[in-house]
Design a protein around this ligand. Structure first.
Ligand code: SAM
Length: 275
């Protein structure tokens, strides 16, 4: 998988060289490259933002600089719209398929463009699983009041797969942290990323019955007078499985009832339904 990230603070992503993501890069499973959006500016101040149309506080990221950058990363011919003054050129005025085909051929695999945005749908484990199948992800980090809304719309209009995701109901200063979160959730699902592939099979939000995980313990079984649940040292695997499943169900009902509501009840047995 190839990951390109566009940011005005590309240094944020130096951490991608650490830990398991760093090892995955060494193994050639994934490449992560952070680009400085300001490299696509033409003015002396390298400005990427302007005041909001309609007024209001703060600054908004300009579409022209983003488009020059994204066209380059996608291997698309520049629309030439800004230079010719034809800034309103719509996708229908251009070949719908040509840019997508170029993007497919140019950089290996159909790219997915992802913009973090607090006012977008929440990024979930299922999104991470789906995106882990992609060959090429391009993340665009917003800053200030965010990016001009036409940027994702433009590339959608070009037939590209464009996503906008929030990582939670709060507002960060920029998209860098959100991209780090999404990138890690996606990359760890790549085959070969985890030393033990079984570690990602039975996790919170994962699998056919996506619940919160049961609680985990390690040795010593008695620590500061606190015992681990005795069933876990019984050696009876069926009982351990039952205990863990019951605990997952109980914790999920209490902490995240919304997940229980979405559960397919046909997958539960009589024992579960009685709870
Ligand atoms: N004016 C925007 C609003 O009220 O929705 C907030 C913009 S925020 C200060 C700047 C950038 O940070 C956003 O464009 C986005 O890229 C990123 N960001 C902030 N919070 C986020 C969140 N919860 N999830 C994903 N991205 C976020």
């Amino acid at each position: 998988m190839k990951i390109d990230i566009v940011s005005v603070f590309p240094e944020y992503f130096e951490v991608a060289g650490l830990s398991l993501l760093g090892k995955a890069q060494d193994k050639g499973l994934v490449t992560v490259k952070a680009h400085n959006l300001r490299d696509w500016t033409h003015d002396v101040h390298h400005s990427v933002d302007d005041t909001p149309v309609g007024g209001g506080a703060g600054m908004v990221m300009k579409p022209q600089v983003w488009a020059e950058c994204l066209d380059d990363l996608l291997g698309l011919d520049a629309a030439g719209a800004e230079e010719t003054g034809d800034a309103q050129a719509t996708p229908t005025e251009r070949s719908e398929d040509a840019p997508v085909q170029q993007a497919r051929d140019g950089r290996g695999g159909r790219p997915v463009l992802i913009f973090p945005n607090p006012s977008a749908p929440l990024f979930k484990q299922a999104d991470a699983a789906e995106l882990s199948q992609a060959d090429h992800l391009i993340f665009g980090c917003g800053r200030y009041e965010g990016y001009d809304a036409r940027i994702p719309d433009y590339y959608r209009g070009q037939g590209l797969d464009v996503r906008e995701y929030s990582i939670g109901d709060y507002v960060l200063n920029g998209g860098e942290v959100a991209v780090s979160v999404m990138m890690e959730a996606i990359a760890r699902l790549l085959p070969g990323f985890m030393g033990n592939p079984a570690s990602i099979e039975e996790e919170s939000y994962t699998g056919a019955k996506p619940l919160l995980e049961y609680r985990q313990y390690t040795r010593p079984t008695n620590w500061r007078g606190m015992e681990v649940p005795q069933v876990l040292i019984s050696g009876d695997h069926a009982k351990v499985d039952r205990f863990r499943w019951d605990e997952a169900l109980e914790r999920t009902s209490r902490i995240r009832p919304d997940l229980i509501e979405r559960l397919d009840c046909s997958q539960l047995d009589k024992h579960d339904l009685a709870k």
